[in-house]
Every structure is written in C-alpha cells, then in structure tokens.
Write a protein that binds this ligand. Sequence first.
Ligand code: SAM
Length: 268
Amino acid sequence: MKIDIVTIFPDFFRGPLDYGIVRRAREAGLVTIEVHDLRAFAHDRHRTVDDRPFGGGAGMVLKPEPIFECIEALNMPSREQRAGKNQSVVLLSPQGKRFDQQVAGELAKVERVVLICGRYEGVDERVGEYLADCELSIGDYVLSGGELGAAVIVDAVTRLIPGAVGNEVSTRQESFTAAELGSGDGPGSTCASGGLLDYPHYTRPAEFRGMQVPEVLVSGNHEEIRRWRRLVALKKTLRNRPDLIAGTTLSEEDKRLLDRIKSGTENI
Ligand code: SAM
C-alpha cells in the first residue's frame, strides 16, 4: 500500500510515522508513506498557499491551485479515471464522514491513498467537490489542521494491513470490530468484540496494591472466562457506547446477558 500525505507542515510527521507498528510496516515494505510539502507547489517567492475568503469573513483559506497541482504531480489519475481503481484521495475535514474502524478497514484494502491536510479556516471547497473522492473527519471537534487526523488514519489503517500486526487475530478481536462471518471470531468465540468495545485485559501481578485480578481469569475455566469477557464487554459498551449495541449482531446468549445487566441481576 502507498500513502501520500499533503501538508504545509511536513516535519509534523517525523514522530508519528517512526514508531511501533507503523514503523515496522514501513520497514517491512508493507506500506510506503511519503509526505509532500504543499508549499513546493506554490508559484510565488513567498510560497503562498492561502488567501482571503471570497465574500469576506475571518481567516485564510488554502488555495486550490497548489493542491490540484500536487495531486497531479503524484500521478494520480483524475477522479473519473480513479473510480474503481483502488485509489483514493481523501480530504481531512471536520465536515467529512466520520472515520471509524469500518472505514479504516475499507481504506486498508486500497492500493493507494492520498491524504490532504487542511489548515486555517479550511480548504477551497473545489478541492472537496472536484478533486477528493471523500472527506473524512476523525471526530466531532475542530482541530487546527488535518495533520493529526492524517496521522490517526495512517496508524489505524496501517495496523489493518495483513502482516502489520504480529498476531493478526488480535486486530479482529478489538473494539468496534465486527467479526467476519465464518471467521470463527464471532460473538460465540472466546473474545471477539463483534462490534462491541473490547473486554478488559489484565496481566501479572494478580494482586497489585490490594487490587485483584478478577478471579475468573485465573480459574483456568475457559468457558467461564469467555462468558465473563462477553458479559463485561456488553456491560462496558452499554455504559460508555450504547449506540454500538444497536449495530452489533447479538447472540441469544448476548441478549440474555444484556437483560440481566439491565435488570441489575448480573453482578460483575
Ligand atoms: N472552518 C472549518 C469548520 O468549521 O468546519 C474548520 C477548519 S480547521 C480549523 C482546519 C483544518 O483542520 C481543516 O481543513 C481540516 O483539514 C482539519 N481538521 C480540523 N478538524 C478536523 C477533524 N475533526 N477531522 C479531520 N480534519 C480536521
């Protein structure tokens, strides 16, 4: 996979791309990431990439010409030619579709992704309208620029590229991850989240400053552990992200556990 990042602050990415899974995936050749300085596509000696908004108003707006020229220099086909070609140009924007684990999974299958980072009051609307395939937001808040969002997307997508994470099963058993049918990782398996939040994890020591690891986890009873993990995942999801429950395929056992959680008869 190839990811190109277009930004006015290329140095921003020195840190985020150089650690952990992203670094290892780059070194293993699973992903190639190139950062492009938008100012290299400016036409004046001040390397101007922004201008005042038509119609007045606060702040500056990133101009369209450098962005269009940068994408053309990356040899990306036009949007029409790109359709169905496994290539995607993404504009980071708080007004975009919400980036989530599902979108990360879709992007991880794309051969080439270009991420355009906005700044100031945003980007000339023609970039979103005629150049980008989609606008993505990393959450309902306004950041100063798209760089943090691009780093988030690179990280979340890279770890889903086959081979990037040592134990691939673990990426199918994480929060928000709906198990694929027939994968054996469904709600009935030991620990797949099936679209819920992940279950809690503990490690040694079993007792730390008076805080105990839940007894069931050291019982050696795998069926009990599976059931407990599912119960806690359901309980936590209900408490912190009830919206996820509606989008999850619940097993009969899940439904029973949920009823007991709601009625307060299941004590964890
Ligand atoms: N005026 C815009 C608005 O109110 O929707 C906000 C512009 S923001 C200050 C500048 C740039 O930061 C945006 O063009 C975008 O690239 C990036 N950005 C800000 N918040 C973002 C978010 N939640 N997700 C993705 N990108 C974001």
